[in-house]
Design a protein around this ligand. Structure first.
Ligand code: SIN
Length: 330
């Protein structure tokens, strides 16, 4: 276990942390490091800014046994985006198929093995790798950060995996990178509309940005995206929602997307796997990473996720890749 480089930690260097793999994932293992305390610290804005920057660089960051409340989870998600420059019109996502209850409002996505959002498109006997996705990329203005706290877990199993879109981009040949950089892709979440119809619920509107409205859950985004916090390029297509590269024929698009989905799912050396303990929290950057749950258990597994809305995805041709900036071997 090697310590996380202090250059990326900023003010968080005051807490014990280590990198879980060279390219993705940093963990704060001590239960004495509480996100709730960051929110009320005299240097709260600095800590939250540095946390958002760390998550943008490392893809996903883990915290053990957290006491953070749902209200605080929402404040943290919104502040992380605000302090790293998200548009004033972006707030927290209301998932299209979220239903408010007495305890949970529409800005909380319940992630449960019993049904709902996390089970809306799970098909019997599908390969586990079909689960790779980034959250809500069917929205015109999708997510910057997500925060998931797991409160109920099976005795074993139910791990989550994340994969780095920066590293996935860096491993492509220069010719293939250049080919992808001008392209855009259509993302489609309309299976949630069918799910809502089947459940007899209406699709949530005004989903965290004035642009995220209506019941056609589709959006077109660049295939290679620049992360505004790190400035790094990332592949921005995912198996869950990306259906078609607009500028290619259907057959060409299927071929290229299949290659990219396999590139993400089959390179286990650009992934990190996390085994949860009760009340652990994971915070990830949805702009430059993908994740998937593992459905290998029979007990109840449940947590609460807050998804923050970021900016409209863009590709800056002047941006660089992670390996270029860090001067790592190409
Ligand atoms: C998610 O897809 O956001 C939840 C991941 C998980 O259930 O592990």
């Amino acid at each position: 276990m090697s310590p996380a480089p202090t250059t990326l930690l900023g003010s968080l260097a005051a807490f014990t942390a280590y990198d879980k793999t060279p390219v993705i994932g940093t963990r704060f293992p001590d239960a004495s490091t509480q996100l709730s305390a960051f929110l009320t610290a005299p240097n709260a804005d600095k800590l939250i800014h540095d946390l958002a920057t760390l998550v943008a660089h490392r893809g996903v960051v883990f915290f053990s046994a957290q006491d953070i409340t749902l209200a605080q989870q929402k404040v943290l998600a919104q502040r992380m985006g605000e302090l790293t420059g998200k548009p004033a019109s972006s707030s927290l996502h209301k998932h299209p198929v979220t239903v408010a209850t007495a305890e949970l409002d529409e800005e909380i996505s319940v992630i449960s093995s019993k049904g709902g959002i996390a089970r809306a498109d799970v098909k019997d006997r599908a390969r586990a790798s079909t689960g790779w996705h980034a959250d809500i990329t069917f929205e015109p203005v999708p997510s910057d950060y997500a925060i998931l706290k797991m409160h109920t877990l099976p005795s074993v199993g139910g791990d989550t995996l994340w994969a780095s879109g920066y590293e996935a981009y860096d491993r492509l040949s220069p010719t293939f990178k250049a080919f992808l950089e001008g392209l855009t892709a259509r993302h489609d979440g309309n299976f949630f509309v069918k799910f809502a119809e089947a459940q007899g619920i209406s699709v949530q509107d005004n989903r965290g940005s004035p642009e995220n409205t209506g019941t056609d859950l589709t959006a077109v985004h660049p295939v290679i995206r620049t992360n505004p916090v790190t400035g790094f390029k990332s592949i921005f297509v995912n198996k869950g929602f990306t259906k078609r590269i607009v500028e290619l024929s259907e057959d060409e698009s299927d071929l290229v997307l299949d290659y990219l989905f396999r590139h993400i799912a089959e390179n286990h050396d650009l992934q990190v796997r996390y085994r949860w303990n009760k009340n652990d929290v994971a915070i990830w950057d949805n702009r430059s990473n993908y994740h998937t749950a593992t459905h290998d258990y029979f007990e109840v597994r449940e947590g609460n996720r807050v998804v923050s809305i970021g900016e409209r995805p863009y590709f800056d041709p002047k941006s660089k890749s992670r390996r270029e900036v860090l001067q790592l071997k190409a």
